[in-house]
Design a protein around this ligand. Structure first.
Ligand SMILES: Nc1ncnc2c1ncn2[C@@H]1O[C@H](COP(=O)(O)OP(=O)(O)OP(=O)(O)O)[C@@H](O)[C@H]1O
Length: 255
């Protein structure tokens, strides 16, 4: 199954005095890598958690293929999510970890072996996760998210702590997922790691949408040369700063 869009409409989350996410609306399309970009504290993790029902919105909705996550039968076959610090028993091996999640989702052990292979973890499959490098942990998180072969992937900072080779690997991997028709939403505060792989961008700052759309379209809006980030390594970084500055200027004019 592919072609499943994610739609967020008027999503808001308040924690007491703090408004983590404010009236956020955007659509993530299938067959593309969408970078969910913003500085630390912009509300990215909270949004991703609301999409998969881990955090209850104060208002607004998040739908996957037109349905709230909680109403999707066998949700792990529709949405795979990877969050930093997700529960991994340190004394489990990678294989044991994946087998637990496979059993919970009702997937065969054969799927575990396929994913160990796909994520290049076969050689480390029987080692304790406690000894894993950051890159190996990130790949184990991706393997866990992919167990149900879901059409939608929500990845919270999958590039965190990766070295350049790891980032290059991740880029290629995400591109492959999107080219196969999946909907891939990847949060990041370090824009370099999603450069060259993001087709679309959702920029957030202070819980609010700054801009959303195709990279080229956003670059044109911000008055930047319409170049793919590959041609200009700092492209997305500049785009983000320019659009955020523009948004702040608009707010001042409107207030
Ligand atoms: N459980 C919580 N209780 C209180 N405040 C929270 C909670 N979770 C998040 N926040 C606050 O909401 C805001 C948004 O946090 P969030 O983690 O969603 O941002 P982020 O964009 O993912 O940032 P980072 O890249 O640092 O993870 C921050 O001000 C954060 O302190």
């Amino acid at each position: 199954m592919t072609g499943v869009a994610v739609e967020v409409a008027g999503l808001t989350k308040r924690y007491g005095e703090v408004t983590a996410v404010r009236d956020l609306s955007f659509v993530v399309r299938p067959g593309a890598v969408t970078a969910f970009l913003g500085p630390n504290g912009a509300g990215k993790s909270t949004t991703l958690r609301m999409i998969v029902g881990l955090v209850a919105p104060s208002s607004g909705t998040a739908r996957i293929g037109g349905r709230p996550y909680r109403s999707i039968p066998r949700p792990s076959s529709v949405v795979g999510a990877a969050f930093p610090g997700a529960a991994v028993h340190p004394r489990h091996t990678a294989r044991a970890h994946l087998r637990v999640y496979a059993a919970m989702g009702g997937y065969p052990d054969r799927r575990v072996d396929e994913l160990l292979d796909l994520l290049e973890l076969t050689g480390a499959a029987d080692r304790h996760v406690a000894g894993f490098s950051t890159g190996m942990r990130q790949r184990l998180g991706l393997a866990t998210a992919l167990l149900g072969d879901p059409p939608v992937l929500l990845l919270d900072e999958p590039g965190n702590g990766l070295d350049p080779a790891g980032i290059a690997w991740l880029r290629t991997f995400l591109r492959g997922l999107a080219d196969a028709g999946r909907t891939v939403l990847v949060s990041s505060h370090a824009l370099a790691e999603v450069q060259q792989s993001a087709d679309d961008v959702v920029l957030v700052s202070d819980g609010r949408l700054v801009a959303a759309g195709g990279y080229d379209e956003l670059a044109a809006t911000a008055g930047l040369p319409v170049q793919r980030p590959a041609a200009e390594p700092a492209g997305l970084e500049r785009l983000f700063l320019d659009l955020t500055a523009q948004r702040r200027g608009d707010d001042r004019c409107n207030s």
